[in-house]
Design a protein around this ligand. Structure first.
Ligand code: G3I
Length: 378
């Protein structure tokens, strides 16, 4: 009886072996972005809190296989890392940095100074009135020195300033600007440089291909350079869609930023396939629309034609980026897979987004193949 059972089990062995071979073969066949673009630029992903706390084992495996750079999607924003004047919440960031170090990744700190996700106390005097300029500047300085100081030499690049310019080229009327004045930009870069002289320091924004925005940012960086304040890189966020940005404007912008003598990077890439109720581009976080059925057309999956269009867009963008690999140092995706993309919740909460290279089951999409193809034959 026992021998018969053994015999029966043995007859399954070839099938099991074939299955194992097929699975490992399929896995081996999926190329790794970080290998394919190894000689061109780092390829990164933004990680969310759950991924950082290692609760999504399969996602972590995918990140380790595909990417050689990581950015924290939310845990380093002021309201998370420094929610109260005397309270810093470093534990999740410590895990994030340890994960990056374990995998020898290029680690990005996002973000030091942003008008959004900053607690009210930063801008107030304790009695609900606006803080004065000196108080705000001192808080910025303490924040930058404390956060950067903790990870000195371990976090390689920092989004020092995030989204300080409007699409039309005017400076964003943030509380930083209103209370501290325009030189808060310069001071932030100076303090960041002093806090970790080895780290790369970036200006990061969306719609960086818009002419108005581009001209202002170029002017600001030149003014800083003229004062001896070095900016190491320009982060073009890369929240793009099926019909924008035009490739020539993207290319012109890459060239224009590179002419400043700084590194250029695509820091938050995704290609949204869902309708935008306002017809906007970019990532203005305050936009918010009610969920209607017609705004959420692909809850059961994306039609082939739309997949193909997205793949073409990704391919076209990557061809431009790859052609300019001498100027571009990193391309980071804003999320690992479609299930965690911020587009599931913005600008309409509760939609089913399909913006990234991997689907909800962590499988590579046609867009992934299109990206890989941009290097083949080189
Ligand atoms: O974690 C809480 C959860 O506990 C709570 O129940 C839930 C209820 O609203 O909120 C959760 O936090 C949300 C968080 O994302 C994590 O999902 C916040 O409300 C939500 O505002 C936050 O959105 C983030 C957004 O920045 C604002 O910080 C997105 O995930 C993040 O992708 C997005 O990233 C920005 C970049 O930092 C800058 N560039 C634009 C980009 C897209 O907006």
């Amino acid at each position: 009886m026992k021998a018969q059972t053994l015999l029966q089990a043995a007859s399954f062995l070839p099938i099991i072996a074939m299955f194992m071979f097929a699975t490992s073969h399929a896995q081996n066949e999926t190329p790794a972005l970080k290998e394919v673009f190894k000689k061109a630029f780092h390829v990164g992903a933004a990680l969310n809190r759950e991924q950082i706390s290692r609760t999504e084992a399969n996602t972590i495996k995918l990140v380790e296989k595909q990417f050689n750079s990581i950015t924290a999607e939310n845990i380093m924003k002021w309201e998370r890392i420094h929610s109260e004047p005397e309270r810093y919440d470093f534990a999740p960031v410590d895990s994030f940095v340890a994960f990056g170090e374990k995998n020898k990744m290029f680690i990005v700190g996002h973000t030091l100074i942003w008008h959004n996700q900053t607690p009210r106390w930063v801008f107030e005097d304790g009695a609900g009135k606006p803080a004065d300029r000196e108080t705000l500047l001192q808080r910025m300085k303490d924040h930058i020195f404390t956060v950067m100081g903790r990870y000195k030499g371990r976090i390689h690049g920092w989004d020092v300033i995030n989204e300080a310019v409007e699409d039309d080229g005017s400076l964003r009327q943030s509380k930083y600007l209103q209370i501290a004045g325009e030189d808060y930009l310069q001071k932030a870069f100076e303090w960041a440089r002093a806090a970790d002289p080895q780290a790369e320091l970036y200006y990061n924004d969306y719609n960086m291909w818009h002419k108005g925005k581009r001209e202002t940012i170029i002017r600001l960086v030149r003014e800083l350079q003229a004062k001896g304040v070095r900016v190491d890189g320009i982060g073009m966020q890369g929240h793009w869609g099926l019909d924008y940005p035009p490739l020539d404007e993207l290319e012109e912008s890459i060239l224009a930023y590179a002419e400043l003598g700084v590194k250029v990077m695509i820091t938050e890439m995704d290609v949204n396939v869902l309708p935008d109720p306002g017809g906007h581009t970019g990532a203005e976080i305050t936009r918010n629309y009610a969920l209607r059925k017609e705004l959420d057309p692909y809850t059961e999956g994306v039609p082939e034609a739309v997949q193909a269009k997205q793949a073409k867009q990704y391919g076209d963008f990557f061809r431009v980026l790859y052609n300019h690999r001498d100027k571009i140092t990193r391309v980071t995706f804003w999320g690992v897979h479609d299930g965690v993309s911020w587009h599931n919740n913005w600008p309409v909460a509760g939609r089913t987004a399909h913006s990234l290279l991997f689907d909800r089951n962590l499988q590579p999409k046609p867009a992934f193949d299109a990206v890989i193809q941009t290097v083949r034959g080189d």
